[in-house]
Write a protein that binds this ligand. Structure first.
Ligand code: NAD
Length: 269
């Protein structure tokens, strides 16, 4: 047990945080080494198992990330962009693998991760599930095979608490579609990114975001031309798929050189 890689979960009380704690505790390949929440959170100082309404896990929730990271081989982080930037510096200082599931980061914020990736392994993905990563590969292939007569629309649906839109996954799929077309996503579409659906121009890639109820995550990539359409679809019904992928990334990163990796690297896709 002592030799298993120790994992710290940030945002421990969050929807993903609690799922990640459950996944690590149930795994025979890793052990829970820490749980971090923001300063002032009601869980600080409590045993994380008890805070989650179960048996004690022997890990106290802390608001001192560097102390927690110092004893860990990996940090799994599904929080918020500003927090993730801070955690990337601290994880690099501790030479711990930093698995980033946080979405809604701007290009400028993603660039700020670079110095940390010189010293430690970062695995970042807007979606950690096997199915969605496979879907990005398929999206790129289909986009490459079809010409610009096919409009590409990405339609996503999530629960009403989600703060960013379009989702990180929708943007991943948009990037894959653009790569298949041999263009840069920034050059072909901003449609839907501000909630504004403008008029379509040839070669455009559009986004539509739906927010409602407890939807875990649904993504459709629609290729529509005159007379025919193709839809690629992924439906997530359980957050456990993201947690399992994140744990896989944390273990995969243990023997890798410092750098900024994606889930496609982890899954060998
Ligand atoms: P949530 O709001 O339920 O949880 C976020 C948690 O982070 C909260 O507990 C909050 O207190 C904590 N937090 C915020 N700032 C912090 C700080 N400075 N220090 C410590 N903790 C801090 O949200 P969620 O649904 O769990 O999602 C979290 C993030 O993960 C979002 O960006 C979401 O889009 C993303 N997400 C990614 C994937 C993926 O596969 N990559 C899957 C699901 C969700």
């Amino acid at each position: 047990m002592e030799d298993l890689p120790g994992i710290v979960i940030t945002g421990a009380s969050g929807r993903m945080g609690q799922m990640l704690i459950k996944t690590v505790v149930e795994s025979d390949k890793a052990k829970l080494a820490g749980a971090v929440e923001r300063t002032g959170h009601a869980w600080i100082g409590q045993d994380v198992g008890v805070a989650m309404g179960g048996a004690p896990l022997g890990v106290t929730v802390t608001d001192k990330p560097l102390e927690a990271f110092a004893n860990a081989q990996a940090v799994i982080d599904f929080t918020a962009p500003e927090a993730t930037l801070e955690f990337s510096k601290l994880a690099a200082q501790a030479r711990a693998v930093h698995v980033i599931g946080t979405t809604g980061m701007t290009d400028a914020q993603i660039k700020q991760l670079e110095p940390a990736s010189y010293h430690a392994v970062i695995v970042r993905a807007g979606n950690m599930s096997l199915g969605v990563n496979l879907l990005t590969v398929l999206t790129q292939k289909v986009a490459a095979a079809l010409d610009e007569d096919f409009d590409i629309e990405i339609i996503e649906a999530h629960h009403h608490h989600k703060v960013d839109a379009p989702s990180g996954t929708a943007l991943m799929l948009g990037e894959a579609a653009a790569a298949g077309r041999g263009v840069d996503l920034a050059d072909v579409s901003d449609r839907g990114r501000d909630g504004i659906t403008g008029a379509r121009k040839k070669g455009d890639i559009g986004f539509t975001a739906i927010r409602g109820g407890d939807i875990v995550g649904e993504h459709d990539v629609l290729f529509a031309a005159a007379g025919e359409r193709i839809t690629l679809r992924h439906v997530a019904t359980d957050r456990a798929i993201f947690a399992r992928g994140a744990l896989k990334a944390a273990l995969w990163g243990q023997d890798k050189m410092p750098g900024h990796y994606s889930m496609l690297d982890v899954l060998g896709l």
